[in-house]
Design a protein around this ligand. Structure first.
Ligand SMILES: Cc1cc2nc3c(=O)[nH]c(=O)nc-3n(C[C@H](O)[C@H](O)[C@H](O)COP(=O)(O)OP(=O)(O)OC[C@H]3O[C@@H](n4cnc5c(N)ncnc54)[C@H](O)[C@@H]3O)c2cc1C
Length: 408
């Protein structure tokens, strides 16, 4: 029997998961994976700080758009086919025990990303999937009979030709492969980074390195982008869940503005009226105490003194001596503290690309290109990306699984 030949470009989470699912359910396919790096699933081995936060229980997700700033609607229908619960079931049924943390993130019980890597590679070996490493695909060729072949950056070409091609190259940068896809008529949204910290030039602020608040909100001045959660002061500016989320929501805006903007921090993530109430309670309860002796919940002494300095209020002043003008100054700094972001910082734990293959140019059920028959896409190469918490890998599993269904 002549086997159907399928090529997968990129041995990452989406590509390998897709290949395992095709191979497992359709022995009539011969699968070839081409990977530019020297190790398949290398990035997966680094995820979650080496623990692999492979998905999320979605317990506290009110709306998909809050966790998938791009691709929420597209994923919604694919989740009916393969969502986080099916993903967890899949891994458990394939020999990986999982657990979920209180914060809803899901990890392998071993806390080892390598367990997932070895599990998937073991399955690819078992099903006889061919994996070629050190093969950077630079061009996709399609002959008149509709078969694909691949050209590598070394100049060689695949000896095989393929009935179908699945592109799973992750977050794309401008590359010959991207140009080749464009030449074939695939629409691509320019990739820009997402999930990064903010650089803020301030010696005073960076002297607070390591200070954090549990629940703040951060917004970009004059824009609708706003995120809440933990806020961390680093040696170069701000990081933590609120900032990472904001960098994701505003990824394109920030790129267009060269990563320069003003941000407003609400240190208590509360409305002005609640903050006034809280200050009045502090005044009532501690009239004779100094400002430096008692501080609102949420703050360390060091951070509170830094903020008092910004408010231009002496820390030695007593609460009963505050007066309306100072209360107003306090409210203003506590709810809308302005900082100028001068650039993009690093966030090494998780980093994704926003942009990629335009979702309207592919079939939402099959993930096949609308312009090139038998060309499919899965994973981060699509214009889908998420905030941190296991959502990015979930998108890779879901789209990888959905593509595999075409071959079953
Ligand atoms: C350090 C780090 C930690 C992360 N931790 C988490 C986490 O805990 N949870 C989570 O949900 N997400 C996490 N992410 C994001 C997550 O890893 C990605 O969203 C996910 O790996 C995307 O899977 P993918 O298969 O689409 O792409 P990738 O995993 O990036 O795989 C793409 C593969 O294609 C190969 N490739 C690229 N171009 C070519 C080419 N031209 N020819 C051949 N091969 C090519 C690459 O070498 C790569 O192996 C993390 C990201 C980073 C960087």
């Amino acid at each position: 029997m002549i086997k159907r030949k399928i090529a997968v470009v990129g041995a990452g989470a989406a590509g390998c998961f897709c290949a395992v699912n095709i191979a497992e359910q359709n022995p009539d396919c011969e699968i070839f994976i081409y990977e530019s790096g020297l190790m398949p699933l290398h990035k997966l081995s680094l995820t979650g700080g080496g623990r692999c936060n492979l998905t999320n229980t979605f317990e506290s997700v009110e709306s998909l758009s809050k966790v998938y700033p791009r691709g929420d609607k597209f994923l919604k229908s694919l989740f009916y086919v393969f969502d986080h619960e099916k993903t967890m079931e899949w891994f458990e049924n394939h020999g990986v025990e999982l657990y979920s943390q209180d914060d809803a993130r899901v990890f392998p019980k071993s806390n080892k990303a390598m367990e997932i890597v070895e599990n998937l590679l073991g399955k690819l070996r078992k099903y006889g999937v061919w994996i070629f490493t050190g093969k950077k695909v630079s061009e996709i060729l399609k002959d008149e009979g509709g078969k694909f072949s691949l050209l590598f950056s070394s100049g060689e070409e695949t000896l095989e030709s393929f009935d179908s091609l699945i592109v799973t190259v992750g977050g794309m940068s401008r590359s010959p492969l991207m140009e080749s896809l464009k030449k074939l008529g695939v629409e691509i949204i320019d990739p820009v980074p997402s999930l990064f910290s903010f650089k803020v030039k301030s010696n005073v602020l960076t002297s607070l390195m390591g200070a954090s608040v549990e629940n703040a909100s951060v917004m970009i001045a004059g824009q609708k982008f706003r995120a809440e959660g933990g806020l961390l002061i680093t040696h170069f500016g701000f990081s933590g869940p609120a900032v990472l989320k904001l960098s994701s929501y505003a990824a394109r805006f920030l790129s267009e503005n060269n990563y320069k903007c003003d941000i407003l921090i609400n240190w208590l993530n509360e409305s002005e009226s609640s903050v006034i109430e809280e200050i009045n309670t502090l005044i009532k309860k501690n009239p004779q105490k100094t400002l430096q002796a008692v501080h609102p919940k949420n703050f360390t002494k060091r951070l509170w003194e830094f903020l008092l300095n910004k408010m231009e209020i002496l820390p030695e002043r007593k609460y009963c001596e505050l007066g309306k003008k100072n209360v107003n100054k306090m409210v203003s700094v506590l709810t809308s503290d302005v900082y100028h972001v001068s650039g993009r910082g690093q966030f090494k734990d998780e980093f994704v690309t926003s942009g990629g293959v335009k979702l309207s140019s592919i079939n939402p059920k099959t993930l096949e290109s609308k312009t090139v028959e038998n060309l499919f896409f899965a994973g981060e190469v699509l214009d889908i990306d998420a905030v941190t918490g296991g959502f990015n890998l979930q998108a890779a599993w879901t789209t990888g699984f959905a593509v595999a269904q075409n071959f079953i």
